[in-house]
Design a protein around this ligand. Structure first.
Ligand code: GLY
Length: 591
């Protein structure tokens, strides 16, 4: 069914969040003349990448569900309406702050299959085989989403499990209208869907060309979700769904077996908590996320500089932010991996004296070339070599939720690339991740930068690959203040960092902050990536004179952007401000 109504529907749904969001903040510290806000609500808020997923979350909250219940419903709904990143074939992280101030986090990141090997993506000459860890069956890590959602529900669920699956099942069974952006992506990947799946799949249009407003009906996925609804974990990791999954693996030469599915288990991890100045506390995801450590490091380094006086995206502020990013990413590339396999020196990396010393190394007049910046000498670190990180895909999705009791969830989930490995599980109706690409394919070998591949993140059976996903919660004076996160691969970390500073240091509303143009530096390549309107010509010129190099990202409108931050701010008047990123079809819904 094709209809011209779709753009109108989307417009109506998004109008509240978009209308007031056109302006970009001024590049100075006095933003009060251009104030605008996102969606305001008194009780509860859901902000996600798709209007129908946000609606599913609100439906659950209105039935008396908690933020965790709503997060489960949104996760399953995104599988249906946002198939390029929302998923049951991938993994992610859930960060929780309960209304009484207790924190927890759930790691449902994918794992390397039991028969995976350190050099599995290298040819006989020891060279990386291009795209082997990105496309097709060998790229797939053992999925964690269903295990994660089941564990979250066991510990925190208020409504019954079946109710949480219902919105997604209805969306899959009845079909939903695909948006202009989804159409662009699905049409772009038409050939890949055919090439890397052994069975026809419904993301590849029978006539080869999706049009915005077409209905995408996913009957096989609805049946898989019904099995998960009825049997919980076993509805995915055993029985018919597992059978279809393993048949697809065998047809395509994948290595995941029933034993992999049986042994996968999401794990509760203690979140990382760091103070920022006197009043703020930042709660982040521990490894295998690399984001938590890096965000806390960069914020701690910022404490050494009066960036509030220097102003938003002024040359001085931008310079010290870039330099702190450079240093945090050098540490990240060397010291970080899955703590179940590698002794990550977390305490040493977050040590105040270490970070103050690191910040002192920043020359205020000159950029430090990345080749002269190495990882820091950190207490507790085992001897490992300097390294570079693999190029990371930036197609992930994040949502933020606050319920009427004040419980908060920040959840980031991914298939890695858009539509993951492009492997579709025939008869089960879902796509599989290509998360194996987040490992270092070639550790211990010099690359083009003269650096060694990252030992901490080398492939090992059952290890989790390092992630940039950074669901984050900020407290002010012990009270919930901000819930945020974003997709964007390696840029996730710097986007979250900038949004924290935008609100705390530069007094922006949440929506102003989310709309503000972003920049990103990750040590290597030694380039500052910027969104088109970021910084401004004078600042760029000034920074170029100091030795920084710049590059504008991408070519298409959405793909020019850095991240898509979906966030909630608890304002001083107690209202919740939901900020949906204007870079996508993201939607804030609250009441
Ligand atoms: N695959 C994206 C991430 O985990 O950061």
């Amino acid at each position: 069914m094709r209809t011209a109504l779709y753009p109108l529907c989307i417009f109506v749904v998004l109008a509240t969040s978009i209308f007031s969001c056109k302006q970009l903040p001024q590049k100075n510290n006095n933003l009060n003349n251009s104030r605008f806000t996102g969606v305001l609500a008194d009780s509860a808020m859901v902000v996600s990448a798709h209007p129908l997923a946000s609606k599913a979350g609100v439906e659950i909250l209105k039935k008396g569900g908690s933020a965790i219940d709503a997060a489960i419903a949104v996760q399953f709904a995104l599988t249906v309406v946002y198939p390029r990143a929302g998923n049951i074939g991938g993994g992610g992280f859930m960060l929780i702050r309960e209304s009484d101030g207790q924190f927890n986090s759930l790691d449902f990141r994918e794992k390397a299959p039991l028969t995976s090997e350190r050099d599995m993506y290298l040819d006989k000459k020891g060279e990386v085989v291009p795209r082997l860890s990105l496309d097709g069956h060998l790229a797939v890590g053992v999925p964690g989403v269903v295990s994660g959602m089941v564990e979250a529900h066991k510990k925190y669920g208020k409504l019954d499990w079946a109710t949480l699956l219902e919105p997604a099942i209805v969306l899959a069974a009845k079909g939903h209208m695909v948006s202009e952006k989804e159409v662009d992506y699905m049409n772009e990947h038409y050939e890949n869907f055919a090439k890397f799946s052994t069975e026809t799949n419904y993301f590849a249009h029978p006539k080869g060309n999706w049009i915005a407003g077409d209905t995408l009906k996913q009957t096989d996925l609805a049946n898989t979700l019904k099995r998960i609804q009825k049997e919980g974990r076993d509805g995915f990791y055993k029985g018919k769904t597992a059978q279809y999954f393993l048949e697809e693996m065998q047809r395509g030469g994948g290595i995941i077996t029933q034993k992999d599915l049986d042994t996968y288990q999401a794990v509760w991890r203690k979140p990382l908590v760091g103070k920022y100045k006197d009043d703020y506390q930042i709660i982040c995801m521990a490894p295998p996320s690399s984001g938590g450590i890096a965000i806390l490091q960069m914020c701690e380094m910022m404490e050494q500089f009066p960036i509030n006086e220097w102003g938003f995206q002024s040359p001085k502020t931008t310079h010290v932010m870039i330099e702190s990013e450079r240093r945090a990413y050098a540490d990240r590339a060397t010291h970080l991996g899955d703590t179940d396999f590698f002794p990550v020196p977390i305490e040493g990396l977050l040590d105040e004296a270490y970070l103050a010393q690191r910040a002192k190394g920043i020359n205020l007049d000159k950029a430090s070339p990345s080749k002269e910046v190495r990882e820091g000498k950190v207490k507790g670190a085992i001897k490992t070599k300097s390294s570079s990180m693999p190029k990371e895909s930036d197609q992930t999705t994040h949502f933020s939720i606050v319920d009427k009791w004040g419980n908060a969830v920040a959840q980031t989930t991914t298939l890695n690339s858009n539509y993951g490995s492009k492997v579709f599980v025939g008869k089960a109706g879902f796509l599989l991740n290509n998360e194996m690409d987040d490992f270092s394919a070639k550790p211990g070998v010099y690359n083009q930068f003269g650096l060694l591949g990252n030992e901490a993140n080398a492939i090992e059976p059952e290890k989790r690959m390092l992630s940039s996903m950074s669901p984050t919660i900020v407290e002010k004076n012990g009270e919930l203040m901000m819930v945020l996160g974003t997709p964007g691969g390696a840029t996730i970390i710097t986007s979250v960092f900038q949004n924290i500073l935008n609100v705390i240091e530069f007094g922006m509303s949440m929506q102003e902050s989310v709309n503000a143009p972003r920049f990103h530096h990750q040590w290597f390549p030694d380039t500052v990536y910027i969104e088109e309107k970021a910084l401004g010509p004078e600042t760029i010129e000034n920074l170029q004179e100091m030795g920084h190099r710049f590059q504008i990202r991408g070519s298409l409108i959405e793909r020019k952007s850095i991240g898509k931050v979906d966030a909630i701010l608890v304002r001083p008047d107690g209202k919740l401000e939901g900020a949906a990123d204007i870079r996508g079809e993201d939607t804030a819904l609250g009441w």
